[in-house]
Ligand binder design. Structure first.
Ligand code: ADP
Length: 259
């Protein structure tokens, strides 16, 4: 096919015959393309707020700073743009750290119920904070890295707040899944996601509606980070959604057992 990449190597046998080796390099070409796209996307995402910041600085230097009303308005916009760059850089650093550690499985016992309470408390001050209803069954601690699991909860519950319908609660549940896993679900009553987008949501910078994501302070990296954290924890991730009704994110994580 068009996306298939082959490398050809020829070995001469000395008697006039040759062996032709065809090596399938499709995988490494694809990952190289993903890497190149990622660098291009990240640079573009950083360049936009930076250009806007520079534009405002120059306008202020050209005399706009004389007017206290304009100065105040411009400084607020500049602050927001700088914050946006900061969020993006923080997410880029998280992603590269998690990726760097991907072959080292985390090994601490983490009580998910306590972590859920902590994250909900932290998010209660967020701009689109919503009521969170928790249904927590007794579960064993998971085998993990508490700070990464906290980030996972932040991103998933944060998305439910960002994309949920205002005034509706978010349901967070924690239950045992068989003998060896714990099941976490986060359900919102937002606009939902059309089925064609679902398989791509964990790609870096993939957004259903970029304008909306940016207005809500999204970087487009939240679910890519979640996917990497789940993989590092040898867990599973799934997102199910009905347009007009809402979405449910499910994460399965292995429990920690001292043997
Ligand atoms: P972002 O920073 O844009 O929120 P994410 O990686 O967290 O990036 O999510 C990717 C995209 O998936 C979002 O831009 C949004 O379009 C969609 N999405 C994520 N969670 C939800 C949700 N709970 N309801 C509806 N859409 C969602």
């Amino acid at each position: 096919t068009r996306d298939q990449r082959w490398e050809m190597r020829v070995t001469a046998l000395g008697d006039g015959r040759r062996i032709v080796h065809l090596i399938d390099r499709t995988g490494s070409y694809a990952s190289e393309r993903i890497r190149v796209d990622f660098v291009a996307n990240a640079s573009h995402e950083l360049r936009t707020p930076l250009a806007s910041l520079l534009g405002y600085v120059e306008t202020l230097e050209d005399g706009a700073s004389e007017d206290p009303g304009i100065r105040k308005r411009f400084l607020k916009i500049m602050h927001d743009e700088a914050r946006r760059m900061q969020r993006l850089i923080d997410d880029l650093i998280s992603l590269s750290r998690i990726e760097a550690e991907k072959y080292r499985a985390p090994d601490n016992p983490v009580a998910m119920d306590e972590l859920i309470d902590e994250v909900c408390l932290e998010l209660s001050g967020a701009p689109r904070a919503a009521d969170v209803v928790t249904e927590i069954a007794e579960t064993e601690p998971v085998r993990g890295d508490a700070s990464q699991l906290s980030q996972l909860l932040h991103n998933v519950i944060g998305n439910a707040m960002k994309y949920g319908r205002e005034g509706t609660p978010i349901l967070v549940s924690l239950t045992p899944e068989g003998e060896s896993m714990v099941r976490l679900t986060v359900t919102d009553q937002g606009e939902g996601i059309a089925p064609e987008h679902l398989p791509r949501l964990t790609e870096r910078f993939y957004r259903v509606d970029s304008g909306r994501s940016r207005t809500l302070g999204g970087t487009g990296l939240g679910l890519a980070i979640v996917k990497h954290i789940v993989e590092r924890h040898r867990g599973r991730f799934d997102i199910a959604s009905t347009v007009g009704k809402g979405s449910t994110v499910t994460v399965l994580l292995p429990v920690h057992r001292l043997s």
